[in-house]
Design a protein around this ligand. Structure first.
Ligand code: PHB
Length: 398
């Protein structure tokens, strides 16, 4: 490109990241008459092809439908009224409807992204994919973001606020000086081996299995494609595994007592990173963090996307109050309000993970204690109800 001039742009809110968090925020702002520009370093196609988790809390579904993003989730998603916890060769159903009167929806994150991207496009939203060389200044004043768009043109956006919805490798998160933030980490000595397989469904509901050979999860995608995971070593190289070796792991971990996982050609395999992370506070000056940029959870509780959407809902209400009545109280309270739910989800994800996985080198005591824990959950209405409430999503705090 020959032109080196930087073209000036201005908007009310600049949003870094066009994942579900960034697009949902841009959509909600547009509905309230607040302008935004969304910048994304990946292409639309790259995001659409990334395989992510697939469980939506009822509140996430409500927000997609009620805010007019799409009702495709209701037509093409599957409502799940419970899950199965499987251990010692037996399945125990956790009935969400009976316990807390709620359900979740199986609807892959890819479809959430496609629905949001299509809605933003139909509404004329300013979403720029494949941008590069992003530089951010002045987040304590009027944030400025310089970037190069897909055609090579350089721009500079000035805005009232900057939102870092730029994922687990967030650039925005790093703008907060060390003295102004705390980072909380927890590493786990295992990871998940995830596959997509061409096979019919093995079960109507998701099966979370604890076995002496390690954890396994039987999830689903469509009538003909299934999503499954098993606990593996974090350094595992998925490409070296044959289909037969993969199915052997599932047979060992979930088959028995009349149940057998339905097998078929493995069409995708990958090792998923596994850690817990929080950066607090989720605000620095006029920059707000939302979603994975501020926190990641292990996938066991299926909370990642739902937390991101909840951050955005809270942040939208705060920005809307600021623009409609000039009050900053909700913006000032954003971080605390968002983190309240983040830490509940951190605990739940950690708890589900520790209850269901085998720790390398665990003692006999630890193994027996874990079975006692599972028995406490499945044999008690109160124990099960905590799982059901957390899995389907805590009610929004007033
Ligand atoms: C998935 O279907 O990808 C999935 C479902 C539940 C989880 C994690 C992943 O806890």
């Amino acid at each position: 490109m020959t032109h080196h001039q930087t073209a000036p742009l201005s908007t009310q809110v600049t949003i870094m990241g066009a994942g579900p968090a960034g697009l949902m925020l841009s959509h909600l702002l547009a509905q309230a008459g607040i302008e935004s520009i969304v910048l994304e370093i990946r292409s639309h196609q790259q995001i659409a092809e990334t395989v992510r988790a697939g469980i939506l809390e009822h509140e996430t579904v409500n927000l997609l439908v009620d805010s007019g993003v799409s009702d495709r989730v209701l037509r093409e998603g599957d409502r799940h009224d419970g899950i199965e916890l499987r251990y010692n060769g037996e399945s125990h159903r956790i009935d969400f409807q009976t316990l807390v009167g709620e359900s979740v929806w199986l609807y892959p994150q890819t479809d959430v992204f496609l629905d949001l991207a299509a809605r933003r496009e139909a509404d004329g939203g300013d979403v720029r994919y494949s941008v590069s060389e992003t530089e951010v200044d002045d987040v304590l004043g009027r944030p400025r973001v310089r970037f190069t768009d897909a055609s090579g043109q350089r721009f500079e956006i000035t805005s009232d606020f900057l939102v870092g919805a730029d994922g687990s490798r967030s650039q925005c998160r790093r703008l907060v000086p060390e003295a102004e933030r705390t980072q909380y980490f927890h590493e786990y000595p295992f990871a998940w081996f995830g596959i997509l397989a061409e096979a019919p469904r093995s079960s109507d509901e998701l099966i979370y299995a604890n076995s002496e050979h390690g954890f396994a999860l039987i999830s689903q995608r469509t009538e003909t494609v299934q999503r499954m995971y098993f606990q593996c070593d974090p350094t595992e190289d998925a490409s070296t595994w044959s289909d037969e070796q993969i199915w052997e792991q599932f047979r060992l971990r979930v088959n028995g007592n009349g149940f057998a996982v339905k097998e078929g050609p493995v069409i995708e395999k990958m090792v998923l990173p596994f850690r817990s992370f929080v950066q607090a506070p989720m605000r620095y000056g006029n920059m707000f963090l939302a979603g994975d940029s501020a926190h990641t959870v292990p996938p066991t509780g299926a909370k990642g996307l739902n937390l991101a959407v909840q951050d955005v809902k809270v942040l939208f209400e705060a920005l809307d109050a600021h623009y409609s009545s000039g009050t900053s109280a909700l913006l000032d309270g954003y971080s605390e309000r968002a983190l309240d739910r983040v830490w509940k989800a951190q605990h739940f994800s950690y708890w589900m993970t520790s209850m269901l996985h085998q720790l390398p080198g665990a003692s006999e005591f630890e193994r027996a204690r874990q079975l006692g824990e599972l028995n406490s959950v499945v044999s008690s209405r109160h124990g099960s109800a905590y799982l059901a409430e957390a899995y389907t999503g805590w009610p929004a705090r007033g």
